[in-house]
Design a protein around this ligand. Structure first.
Ligand code: FCB
Length: 475
């Protein structure tokens, strides 16, 4: 691999009369970074917050790497002013945060916690004052524990619980927040949390029960879209943050491309990584036929009106994109994984699933846009590397810079081909609590020393700041 730093703006080396360097990214392209409540806030028992399924799960020994938990995390609940200052220095157009449901409704339903709402109120004001647009996710995995005890996603009442919660949040913040994501990454919620039990709430339910939870999740999304539309005082832009592992055509030939496309939306495996199982109902108003056939024996009851609720119109396609693997057309054109994937030794993040696959965002944007017709925003992308404060007091992370350079180059390619990618959020602004991996894996543009809470911008922070300043020229 060739290290490709951000090249000098072409205009710099050309005579003054030459045309200025052109960016593949329009001026209003949204350059952002993201984080989520449980991963950074800490203050688990402060400000009237109730417990969530992640508190319970991470405080149960054996569930998380070295029994880490989010009790303190990055202490963002107390240090948000400093964190917003860093974001301003970075030059972000937008910051994607999530609101903690148990901070707003400590028992999941009922009376709102004024101190919880006040926290987000102040944060949103500070962001806007810093010239940063808040993009808000309503549910990034921290279900109030009280609701889990009432059946969680198994209980169809969840649809109304979530709708009511959405209304409370949007009533308070909807005079300043325009961009909303209802739910983050359904495959993780149901697949890792309820089928495999490796994330909270740590269940290993039958496939039929998981499908039921999935249906309730989609209904809850639809109900929240209604609540946002009815309550937001600004013209809302809404999505749900999807994710997947991208299928990348093994070569440029049409047959491999069509195999990769078919595999991207194939829905026959008994797991929750089937993107179309989530995205088709929302965006096309129906579950995919192959899934209905393959899962026939386990399907939940779908009531009249369900599909209409699930498919409330949304405005963009939020997508979290990290990795991918090569697909080729096998016998009879059937898609198959290229044996051996990218080959032995292909670069990875410190999380082994994070194989570096720079074409992933290009193919994600292309296949998603071609099927669903919406503009795409990458609401997460990033890499975890072994970052530490070096003897010179700095955090040198050239791998992250190289990763970003490649992935952003791939988004530039999509844009040059006319695919409407409208924004990019780096995951994450800060190192943080990486779920079942605890604090082992570091994704941040800013290094966090968890013992002192000292923030140190990494080299990638400076690099990304330059990307934003140049509005993507040179990528
Ligand atoms: C995504 C999650 C996010 C973070 C990154 C690495 O699946 O949405 O919270 O953990 O992975």
């Amino acid at each position: 691999m060739v290290y490709r730093p951000l090249s000098a703006p072409r205009s710099a080396s050309r005579p003054a009369s030459a045309r200025p360097a052109k960016s593949a990214f329009p001026h209003d392209f949204v350059w952002g970074a993201a984080a989520a409540a449980y991963q950074i806030e800490g203050a688990g028992k402060e400000g009237g917050r109730g417990p969530s399924i992640w508190d319970h799960f991470s405080q149960t020994p054996g569930n998380v790497f070295e029994d880490h938990n989010g009790n303190v995390a990055c202490d963002h609940y107390h240090r948000w002013r400093e964190d917003v200052r860093w974001m301003k220095r970075l030059g972000l157009d937008a910051y994607r945060l999530s609101v903690s449901w148990p901070r707003i409704l400590p028992r999941g339903t009922g009376r709102a916690n004024a101190r919880g709402l006040a926290f987000y109120d102040r944060l949103i004001d500070a962001l806007l004052e810093a010239g940063i647009q808040p993009w808000v996710t309503l549910y990034h995995w921290d279900l109030p524990l009280a609701l889990q005890r009432r059946g969680g996603f198994q209980n169809r009442d969840l649809v109304e619980w979530f709708g009511d919660y959405a209304e409370v949040v949007v009533r308070r913040l909807g005079d300043r927040v325009r961009h909303w994501m209802t739910i983050n990454e359904p495959p993780v919620i149901v697949g890792l949390g309820m089928q495999q039990g490796i994330f909270a709430p740590g269940q290993t339910l039958s496939f039929a029960h998981c499908l039921k939870a999935a249906h309730h999740l989609l209904l809850a999304h639809g109900r929240a879209v209604q609540a946002i539309r009815a309550t937001c005082r600004l013209p809302a832009k809404i999505s749900l943050a999807h994710t997947g592992r991208e299928r990348i055509p093994a070569s440029r030939s049409v047959k491999h491309r069509e195999a990769a496309r078919a595999d991207t939306f194939r829905c026959t495996e008994r797991n929750f990584d089937n993107l179309a199982w989530w995205a088709d109902p929302m965006l096309l108003g129906r579950y995919p036929d192959d899934g209905l056939k393959a899962f026939a024996a386990d399907l939940p009851r779908i009531r009249t009106g369900d599909m209409a609720l699930i498919s409330q119109p949304v405005d963009f396609l939020a997508y979290n994109c990290y990795s991918g693997f090569p697909i080729r057309a096998g016998a009879g054109g059937q898609p198959e994984r290229v044996p051996g994937g990218w080959g032995v030794g292909n670069p990875r993040g410190t999380l082994s699933w994070l194989q570096v696959a720079p074409e992933a965002p290009y193919w994600a944007a292309r296949f998603l846009h071609e099927r669903y017709g919406l503009p795409v925003v990458f609401t997460e992308n990033g890499v975890c590397t072994t970052d530490f404060v070096h003897l010179d007091g700095k955090v040198h992370d050239p791998q992250r810079i190289d990763f970003l350079s490649r992935y952003l180059g791939s988004i530039a390619r999509a844009r040059r081909e006319g695919i409407p990618v409208e924004g990019y959020f780096y995951w994450s602004i800060l190192d943080n609590f990486e779920w079942a991996q605890g604090y082992k894996d570091r994704f941040g543009l800013i290094h966090v020393d968890y013992a002192t809470q000292k923030r140190t911008p990494k080299d990638s922070f400076t690099w990304y700041r330059e990307v934003i300043r140049r509005r993507g020229v040179g990528l």
